[in-house]
Design a protein around this ligand. Structure first.
Ligand code: DC
Length: 229
């Protein structure tokens, strides 16, 4: 039986936004696990499309081409019990979408209005069918503005850089922390200043700063609020 609040909608929606490296994915995945519901990493969707755009060598500044690519691409997120796998047209691209090249270009692809519309439609369709924890940049105010629970996870730029750096090192990449910090900061700026679906804190979101708490601390905070109803 459910112990959390439900609205007239048939599905439970927990929306989490925040900048890169704030711990959204780790926290969102754990919340979904605890509640036994689906986790959708919308950043992975934009990354998968960016990976395909780079592979296909399309002209990223030609808006029509990106829109066409977004419509023609099937992106699938599957949790096989050992973490989420990301598929692009049936190919497992879980590792490839975390490459520095994709990270550098993804906010350019994500700034395309038509691409966003295609992605937002896909994300809403998933949330209509299933109880979901969804994380990204525009989930609380654009994709799921009627979500029952909204959170904004953040952390200082230094902490976020350290986290991303460790993640990349564990994947075998050499990391220049000063350059990474600069890239994350530029990405934040592009994400916050684009016309459509910018990164922002909505008045109804609970802000959680993870600079001084670990992800489990953030998970406990979120679960406390959701279970209280
Ligand atoms: O969360 P992430 O770092 O994997 O996200 C990758 C990029 O995708 C990031 O630059 C912002 C963008 N993004 C977005 O614009 N909207 C979302 N809902 C999710 C991610």
């Amino acid at each position: 039986m459910r112990t959390f609040k439900q609205t007239g909608f048939n599905t439970l929606k927990i929306a989490i936004d925040g900048p890169a490296g704030a711990g959204k994915s780790t926290v969102a995945r754990r919340i979904a696990e605890e509640l036994g519901i689906l986790y959708i990493d919308t950043g992975a969707m934009y990354r998968a499309l960016t990976w395909k755009a780079l592979q296909s060598k399309i002209n990223l500044s030609a808006p029509g081409e990106l829109h066409q690519l977004a419509r023609a691409t099937v992106i699938d997120l599957q949790d096989n019990g050992h973490g989420m796998r990301v598929y692009c047209d049936g190919q497992d691209v879980t590792t490839q979408i975390r490459s520095p090249e994709v990270s550098r270009m993804v906010s350019v692809v994500a700034a395309d209005d038509n691409v966003r519309q295609v992605m937002v439609d896909k994300q809403r369709a998933i949330a209509l069918r299933s109880d979901v924890v969804m994380d990204g940049r525009d989930i609380t105010h654009c994709v799921l503005p009627d979500a029952e629970y909204k959170f904004f996870l953040t952390a200082s730029l230094d902490v976020r850089t350290m986290r991303r750096g460790q993640e990349l090192q564990s994947q075998g990449y050499e990391v220049d922390l000063a350059r990474l910090k600069q890239e994350i900061s530029e990405r934040d700026q592009r994400d916050m200043n684009r016309k459509v679906g910018p990164l922002m804190i909505t008045p109804d979101a609970v802000v959680i700063d993870t600079s001084d708490i670990d992800c489990e601390g953030a998970v406990r905070k979120v679960l406390g609020i959701v279970r209280e109803g």
